[in-house]
Design a binder for this molecule. Structure first.
Ligand SMILES: [Zn+2]
Ligand SMILES: [Zn+2]
Length: 413
C-alpha cells in the first residue's frame, strides 16, 4: 500500500514540509503551529512537471482510490486492498492510469495560482468506483451480492502534459510533462484540446487551527486522526466541512496499567427485509445457540480505526455478536487513546458486510442481501479498554486480540 507524499509549505512561517497522503493533522517542525487539513469533498493534487518553459501545460485528471474493498459472494466475503487510479475524463489519447509516477514523485496541493489548462473531471467518483469494483470482482466466483469500499481516501490527481511535435518525424504528440517524453502514439489531426470541458478547479487546501471549539484548548491527536480529543473539557471533535463538530462518546471503564483504549463505533440502524432491532432478533438472524434472558436493543459495532480488511471484518462481526453491555462512562478514559482513523460515515458503509458475515443460513443472502437497506439512526464513539502485552493488545472480556504488527502494517491504509 503506497502513501503518496505531498510537498507543502507551512502557511504560518513558510517552512517546507512533506506530508503523507493520510495526514490530517499538520504540526510544523519550525514554528510548531498545529493545524488540521479540512477535506470538504476531496483533496486535489498536481504532479510536478519538467516541461520546457514555453510549453502550455494541459492537466489531465485522475481519480485515485485507496481503501478496503469487500465483495460479498454467495459462499464467502472477499476483502482486498484497492490502490489504483483511473481517468476522470475518458480519453484514448491520455494514459489509462497514473501508473507508478505518483508514487515516485512528491505531489503538490492544487491552488488557484497553479497555471495551465485543466480538463474538468467528467466521470463522477461513484461511477469511477463502480468501475473499480467490477475490475476487482472479475476474478471472483459467483455473483457479487454486495460490494463496499471502506475507509477509502479518494482524491483527484492532475497529471501535466503538453502538445508538441516529436522530432525527427515531426508528428504531433502528447508529451508526458512529468518525464518530458512523448507518449508512444501520435495525435490524430482532428485532436483538439478545446473539445474537452476545461476549467480551473479553483480549489485550495484549507487548514484550521486545532483548538477546541468549546474551551480553546489545544486538541490532541495523531497525524492521521479523523477525530481529536480535548483533555481539558473532556470532548471529542471531528472535522465537518469547515469546522469541528462535537462527537458523542463514552468509554468502558477499566482500571490497571498498560490500558490502551481502542475506539469503536456503536451504531443503531434500521434494517429492511429482516427483523433486526433487538438482541433476540440478532440471536435468531445469526442462529446462535443462546437463550435470551433479558432483551436489549441491537447495535452494530465496527472498529473506528483503519486495520487490514480481514481483521476489520473479524472485529466487526465478533464484537457485534457479543453485543457488549458494560456500563459506560461519558468521559475520556484516563489512559492512552488509540487514534480514530475511520470516520463514522465509512463505518456505515461496512454494516451490510458485517450483517452478511453472521446471517444464517448463508444461502438466505442470495435472495435477501441485494434488497436489504441499512439506514443508520444514531451512533456513539466508544473507547474499549485493551491491555497492552508484548506483541498484541488484548480484550479479555470479549476474547479479542489485535496484533501490534497488524496495526503497524495498517498505518498507511
Ligand atoms: Zn511553520
Ligand atoms: Zn475543550
Amino acid at each position: 500500500m503506497t502513501n503518496l507524499l505531498i510537498e507543502y509549505q507551512c502557511s504560518q512561517c513558510g517552512a517546507p514540509a512533506v506530508l503523507k497522503e493520510t495526514d490530517r493533522l499538520f504540526r510544523c517542525d519550525y514554528c510548531r503551529v498545529k493545524s488540521y487539513l479540512m477535506q470538504k469533498d476531496c483533496f486535489r493534487y498536481v504532479l510536478p512537471d519538467t516541461a520546457p518553459e514555453n510549453k502550455e501545460l494541459v492537466f489531465f485528471p485522475y481519480w485515485r482510490f485507496k481503501g478496503m474493498l469487500f465483495s460479498c459472494l454467495p459462499d464467502k466475503t472477499e476483502s482486498k486492498f484497492a490502490d489504483i487510479s483511473r481517468q476522470a475524463v475518458s480519453s484514448e489519447h491520455f494514459p489509462a492510469s497514473l501508473g507508478l509516477r505518483s508514487q515516485a514523485l512528491k505531489l503538490r496541493f492544487i491552488s488557484p495560482e497553479t497555471g495551465g489548462c485543466f480538463l474538468k473531471p467528467a466521470l463522477p467518483v461513484r461511477e469511477a468506483m463502480h468501475i473499480v469494483g467490477r475490475h476487482f470482482s472479475t476474478s471472483s466466483q459467483g455473483p457479487v451480492l454486495h460490494q463496499s469500499f471502506i475507509g477509502e481516501t479518494f482524491s483527484l490527481i492532475y497529471a501535466p502534459f503538453y502538445i508538441a511535435d516529436n522530432q525527427p518525424s515531426g508528428s504531433r504528440h502528447l508529451f508526458d510533462a512529468v518525464l518530458n517524453k512523448p507518449l508512444s502514439s501520435s495525435l490524430p489531426d482532428d485532436f483538439d484540446i478545446s473539445l474537452f470541458q476545461v476549467g480551473h478547479p479553483e480549489w485550495r487546501i484549507r487548514l484550521i487551527p486545532t483548538l477546541c471549539p468549546n474551551c480553546g484548548w489545544d486538541l490532541d491527536g495523531e497525524r492521521n486522526a479523523v477525530a481529536l480529543a480535548c483533555r481539558n473539557c473532556d470532548s471529542v471533535w471531528e472535522p465537518g466541512g469547515d469546522r469541528f463538530r462535537k462527537v458523542t462518546f463514552a468509554h468502558i471503564p477499566k482500571k490497571g496499567d498498560n490500558v490502551v483504549c481502542m475506539p469503536f463505533w456503536r451504531i443503531r440502524a434500521d434494517v429492511s427485509e429482516i427483523e433486526l432491532d433487538s438482541y433476540a432478533d440478532m440471536v435468531r438472524v445469526a442462529n446462535l445457540p443462546r437463550i435470551v434472558k433479558r432483551d436489549a436493543k441491537f447495535y452494530f459495532w465496527t472498529p473506528a480505526f483503519k486495520i487490514m480488511p480481514r481483521i476489520f471484518l473479524t472485529l466487526s462481526r465478533n464484537i457485534t455478536l457479543i453485543q457488549p453491555r458494560q456500563e459506560l462512562a461519558e468521559e475520556l478514559p484516563n489512559a492512552r487513546l488509540w487514534p480514530v482513523t475511520l470516520a463514522v460515515t465509512e463505518a456505515f458503509e461496512s454494516l451490510k458486510i458485517t450483517l452478511a458475515s453472521f446471517l444464517k443460513p448463508r444461502k438466505r443472502l442470495l435472495t435477501l442481501l441485494r434488497d436489504i437497506k441499512i439506514t443508520p439512526k444514531e451512533f456513539l464513539l466508544i473507547y474499549v479498554p485493551f491491555t497492552e502485552e508484548h506483541h498484541e493488545f488484548v480484550q479479555p472480556e470479549f476474547q479479542q486480540a489485535v496484533h501490534k504488527n497488524v496495526l503497524a502494517m495498517s498505518e498507511n491504509l
